[in-house]
Design a binder for this molecule. Structure first.
Ligand SMILES: C[S@@+](CC[C@H](N)C(=O)[O-])C[C@H]1O[C@@H](n2cnc3c(N)ncnc32)[C@H](O)[C@@H]1O
Length: 220
């Protein structure tokens, strides 16, 4: 089984995605009906496909990922119902195009991305007025504490918003560089760059907490 197939299989049995993220985002989309949706770091597009199948309307999805293998897999799984532009790109490249979206997904992607005010400004510029950004992240505090038992500096890195942990990915079992971003920092950067926080929700599965943060662009 390839790394990408392992990822897809992990998603299928993942309670966080199937019982929390997918139903909650589905409800959000049905409520606000964003037409242009950008999924940054879509992986195998498992979440986008699952939501799209349930929606009562047909949005246009733009799905980007830096992994060619995951992009090829996503293309092979697309059904005719999904109207999507799928591309191997980093968000940093796509954001230069100036295309605007009504909703942006960053679902666990910040685990692999740098996060600062600069990237939040780009997100803001990529949104239409009143557009939404949905950020999903696990609470990494427990992982930070565990790692800090061997290396005390990790705690200071975490507090200074520059903390990378070396973990094993729970789906692929491959080593995984995991950016432990503090929620306080994520919220602060988003608020400073022209968003308001309109919703925050968390769920616990197997004693692990996952947060969904919903931001809305303040009209420019
Ligand atoms: C943790 S996975 C999450 C995948 C998917 N969002 C999900 O929840 O199933 C993060 C994904 O982001 C992609 N990625 C990492 N950095 C990226 C970047 N700068 N721009 C776009 N995608 C990126 C990775 O290749 C990976 O597929």
């Amino acid at each position: 089984m390839t790394e990408t197939e392992k990822w897809e299989q992990g998603c299928r049995t993942d309670r966080v995605r199937n019982e929390f993220i997918i139903p909650t985002l589905y409800n959000q989309l049905e409520q606000f009906k964003p037409q242009e949706i950008l999924d940054i770091g879509s992986g195998t597009a498992y979440i986008a496909r699952a939501i799209d199948e349930m929606l009562s309307y047909n949005p246009h999805w733009t799905i980007i990922d830096t992994s060619q293998e995951r992009i090829d897999f996503s293309i092979s799984k697309m059904t005719s119902k999904i109207d999507a532009l799928i591309q191997k790109n980093s968000y940093e490249e796509v954001s230069k195009s100036g295309t605007k979206f009504d909703a942006i997904f960053l679902l666990f992607t910040l685990l692999e991305m740098e996060f600062d005010e600069k990237i939040c400004k780009k997100l803001n510029e990529s949104l239409n007025d009143n557009g939404f950004t949905y950020i999903v992240m696990p609470n990494s505090l427990e992982d930070v504490f565990n790692a800090a038992q061997d290396d005390y500096d990790i705690l200071f890195n975490y507090l200074n918003n520059d903390c990378q942990l070396h973990k094993i990915d729970k789906f692929t079992k491959e080593p995984y560089p995991f950016n432990a971003h503090r929620f306080e920092y994520i919220i602060q950067c988003m608020l400073k760059s022209g968003h308001k926080l309109i919703h925050m929700q968390n769920e616990k599965f197997n004693n692990k907490e996952t947060y969904l943060l919903v931001f809305q662009k303040v009209k420019s």
